[in-house]
Design a protein around this ligand. Structure first.
Ligand SMILES: [Zn+2]
Length: 207
């Protein structure tokens, strides 16, 4: 495992994840996971919508791991749904953070829209916390999104990519920008020993 600086996640993003997790898992499911990860202080008490440090990145990693374990084989799908709900919460309830309020992308070609929204997600994360290293780009003709400071896999190791919540958020962001579902796959993951987590935008899979 690569040794990482002790990173944290700001309250606004913890709040986003908790609201989304509660929407998908229900209050009881969420509370079980909060208890098993030492985050009981958030039970019925979500953090405020501000940029103060909320939890350590490694705790966020444990939170993701606990959800995956709680649901077993369904865990991956649940985490993707939480990621989608979390982008929706961000775009609707935290417009200042996301910087997407009132943006009209209709005039742009689809690829430009995808590029725009992926850059916006990276910018929002960097704005929330200057420690974050994230960017969008293009590789072998495909749009990619990369984060070197991914918290979802912080402190975890795996032989497969595990940042399912991120996959959900990015696919929802792309759907928001284009009106269409695109396949998003994680093709590198720090948990596997890679230098960063990388997500690749594949083909459109319809509305
Ligand atoms: Zn990751």
């Amino acid at each position: 495992m690569v040794e990482r600086v002790e990173a944290f996640i700001v309250n606004a993003l913890v709040r986003q994840a908790l609201v989304a997790a509660q929407e998908v898992m229900g209050e009881n499911g969420l509370n079980v996971v909060l208890r098993t990860t030492g985050l009981e202080r958030f039970i019925g008490n979500f953090p405020p919508d501000n940029l103060e440090p909320g939890i350590q990145a490694s705790q966020y990693g444990q939170f993701n791991e606990a959800i995956e374990e709680f649901y077993g084989r369904g865990g991956r799908g649940i985490l993707k749904r939480i990621g989608k709900a979390s982008f929706q919460y961000g775009v609707n309830e935290q417009p200042a953070l996301m910087g997407l309020a009132g943006i009209a992308l209709k005039a742009l070609p689809q690829k430009q829209r995808i590029k725009f929204v992926l850059n916006s997600v990276a910018d929002a994360l960097k704005k929330s916390n200057p420690q974050v290293e994230a960017w969008a780009g293009e590789k072998d003709g495909k749009m990619i999104y990369v984060e070197r400071t991914c918290a979802i896999c912080n402190g975890r190791s795996s032989d497969k990519p595990i940042c399912h919540l991120y996959v959900g958020s990015l696919s929802e962001a792309i759907k928001w920008a284009t009106g269409v579902d695109f396949e998003v796959r994680e093709t590198a993951c720090i948990a596997m020993g890679d230098d960063y987590c990388q997500f690749e935008v594949g083909d459109s899979i319809g509305k």
